[in-house]
Design a protein around this ligand. Structure first.
Ligand code: PLP
Length: 440
């Protein structure tokens, strides 16, 4: 154990981690095994993985069927390049499957290795779409404050959480942010998008992109009329609407894709995470028939955009098996039902506690906010470090969760595997109750 800790400190630069804290304390947990909703460390301590690791292990850990599907595919054909129209059967079948699951007008898929790559690919496809129609000046992307879209150049620029610009700057020009509806509601947020479009010049705006539910921003669920108004506004200005479904895709919100909760069809959707439940790094962008038609008719010569692993045969076989499990086990429906149970549990804690503000879920994506005074929604001083104390208290009680502090709001997020059952939800809620009592 000691040796591993030292090797970690010496050789492993962790993603989205305080390097100084790592050097001081070493890794928080060296995970040895995953089984269902549980992760076990090297010392045998079991934790409920209440975040599905990074909002992604939708079918739960340790699924042998996936390992078998990967083994079978690797023995047959592990990988071949899909550049220059080379293809393979799993990638073709996965593209067709995703087209069947997506809203009716989205039917063509570009594959990547993850969420950030998917968003950068979408941004480039959007710019290309306008360029080949003789409007190269239409290249700006508008997104929302508190939105998270990843860490590659375009995705960093589209992200609306300023901490992500600290490391190396905002990256690209041609990106602007409007205000999230979370605190100001539909009308004010739509007005904010309109103002940004007008300020940038409507003829220069290519697309608006948003997560159906802002995940890393703190599980911010928009009002029920929000995306209908977004769609209307985009149509009014003739700009594309892209939904970032990296977290919300593949059952997380109780529907196959998150945007279905708002009954709206975007022009493009990016996806990753739940498409393979983390068993293989794979993502993609699905585009509308209208976009695909323009590409087919006007994209001359080679589309100089592609990743070595676009259309990875083993990744696609893993994704197909993962989707089969989601469907055969009714996990999208379970996400909806267990999400309701999770909400009831969070509400019961709110009734008992003096520091719980808003609680919310949509499917198995949920959050609990902590405030000094729930009646007035007065926030705690950041010096009190309520979120990190809460995460620590949960950790001590065998629950892995993710905290978000944004603008003085203390939020703990939940995104458990979609296989979770009522008894396990009750255990999770009981441990949360104990943690809240310990911190308040
Ligand atoms: N988009 C959203 C909504 C995400 O939550 C994430 C990651 O958490 C990404 C994009 C980036 O995905 P990845 O980390 O696979 O690059």
């Amino acid at each position: 154990m000691k040796e591993l800790i030292e090797l970690d400190k010496k050789h492993f630069i962790h993603p989205t981690t305080s390097i100084m804290e790592q050097q001081e304390k070493g890794p928080k947990l060296i995970v040895e095994k995953g089984d269902g909703i549980y992760l076990t460390d090297k010392e045998g301590n079991a934790f409920i993985d209440a975040m599905s690791s990074l909002w992604n292990v939708n079918i739960g850990h340790g699924r042998k069927e996936i390992a078998e599907a990967a083994k079978e595919q690797m023995e047959q054909l592990a990988f071949n390049s899909t550049f220059s129209t080379f293809s393979n059967e799993p990638a073709i079948r996965l593209a067709k499957k995703i087209a069947d699951l997506a809203p009716p007008s989205l039917n063509a898929v570009f594959f990547t290795s993850g969420g950030s790559e998917s968003n950068d690919s979408a941004i480039k496809l959007i710019r290309h779409y306008w360029k080949i129609q003789g409007q190269p000046e239409r290249n700006k992307i508008i997104s929302l404050s508190r939105g998270y879209h990843g860490v590659t150049a375009g995705a960093t620029s589209a992200t609306g959480i300023p901490q992500f610009w600290d490391m190396a700057g905002h990256m690209l020009t041609g990106f602007a942010h409007a205000k999230t509806p979370y605190e100001i509601g539909t009308t004010a947020s739509i007005q904010s998008i309109r103002e940004v479009i007008e300020a940038e010049g409507p003829e220069t705006v290519a697309a608006f992109m948003a997560e159906p539910v802002q995940g890393a921003g703190g599980v911010l669920i928009p009002p029920s009329d929000y995306f209908k108004e977004v769609r209307k506004l985009c149509d009014e200005y003739g700009i594309l609407f892209m939904a970032d479904e990296v977290i919300t895709g593949f059952g997380r919100t109780g529907t196959m894709f998150g945007i279905e909760n708002w009954a709206v069809e975007p022009d493009l959707m990016s996806f990753a995470k739940g498409v393979t439940s983390g068993y293989f790094p794979l993502g993609g962008v699905i585009v509308s028939d209208q976009i695909h038609e323009v590409l087919k008719e006007k994209s001359q010569g080679v589309l100089f955009h592609g990743f070595t692993y676009s259309g990875h045969a083993t990744g696609a076989a893993v994704a197909l098996k993962n989707i089969e499990i989601l469907e055969n086990e009714g996990l999208v429906e379970n996400s909806r039902l267990m999400g309701e149970e999770l909400l009831k549990g969070l509400q019961s804690i709110k009734e008992e506690s003096v520091i719980v503000g808003d609680v919310r879920t949509v499917g198995l994506l949920g959050a609990i906010e902590f405030v000094q005074d729930p009646a007035t929604n007065t926030r705690f001083s950041p010096d009190l470090k309520v979120t990190s104390r809460m995460i620590e208290a949960l950790h001590e009680r065998g629950v892995i969760c993710r905290g978000v502090t944004y603008d003085g709001t203390d939020i703990v997020c939940f995104s458990p595997p979609l296989i979770i059952n009522k008894e396990q939800i009750d255990t999770l809620i009981e441990r949360l109750r104990q943690s809240v009592l310990a911190v308040q």
